[in-house]
Design a protein around this ligand. Sequence first.
Ligand SMILES: [Zn+2]
Length: 436
Amino acid sequence: MNAASETDSSRRWTLDCGMRYWPSGHEAVARLPFPIVDADPGAEPALHHIALPDWAADLGVDGRLLVFASTLSPVEGKPDWQCCDWIANAFYMLAGSPERAHERLHGPILSYSFRLPRTLDPLYQHAWVNRSFLFLRRWAAREAGLSEEAVFGPLPRAQILLTHDVDAIRLTPEIRFKQTAFQLTNAARATARGDGSLIRARLRDARRYAFSSGDFRTFGRVRDMERSAGIRSTLHFYGGRAGLGRRSPRRILIDPAYNIGSEMMRRELRAFAEGDWTIGLHQSFDAWEEADTMLIEKARLERALGGMVRHCRQHWLHFSWARTWAAQAAAGLELDSTLGFNDRPGFRAGHALTIRPWDEAAGKPLAIDAIPMVFMDSHFYDYSSGEDADPETAMRHWIKEVQAVGGEITVNWHTHTITDVYGWEAGFESLLGLLS
Ligand SMILES: [Zn+2]
């Protein structure tokens, strides 16, 4: 946000991202009397909590909102909420500026939050951008001497979209190896902490992955469970190469192994499409910056489906702020839900909104929509320390935040985990209960 014209367009984009809070226009919000304090927060931003005035305290968390300190210009005798550039602050969150700065220095983080500065953790806890938009909405209505509803219309309802990444249809030797090794690592970590019951639980997990035989074709069961809950999810399928023949060992270990063109998979795709489920693409690990590879995988899935594919999520959440959305847009994809972490739930960019991501190089939005993924099954099992709340309580916390702000998110449950080998079916059942 340097040149004046870019500032204008980035500020307009920021307000456009909040369109669900001011569908009839954002002029009243743009006119609010707060200063323009436009300082990029950098890769390790200082965070600051601003106390809201009494008439908006309910929109904060304990009456406060989190902002980047760089967007605040304190004035003696004035409350902080009048001294923050709320639009610049929302811009830097929506554009993922701290992570972009980190990516420029160190490369993509493979969506592991532990690679980012710990000081960013409070950013992921709440939908801060949504909360500050709600604050601006109320403030603008007060300035106009009218009700919020009269100025901006009713508050939006939360949209929580259930999605599935289809990573496996059987327990392959690769998954057996990966999961056994992963659980042994977890057991070693628990040993370091001296947590006896967690060590035993992780060793039990490791044994189960090492020795179970497994059929992971749970599609019919997913359809039945979701039909009973009145839900139609989106399923992301892999369209890359299958089998052992034409793939490098690394790709064999990391990517899904099934062949989307097989008669069995085509039958399943048809059953989903005919029942009103949405089919999306789950790009291979190496496709994270390659529009050409995405196009090939998308075409293979579309041939198997007999229809167009518009939605996507990158396998392993292999993602770059600078490259992935641009490549997806170039491949003709229309909605991505990769923005989330592998190792923890949370709002990766402090918001729960579907937005057209900001293209930093071009100084304008990209031609694709992006919606965050706030949690997935493995957060509450593989990455749970054992002291955490049970999956249902943990999921309810995130869902309540999105409902409180009328936000939009996706959540992700892998179809192969509702099997006895993983044993996460009860968690999926709870999720359906929370969403229906
Ligand atoms: Zn995947």
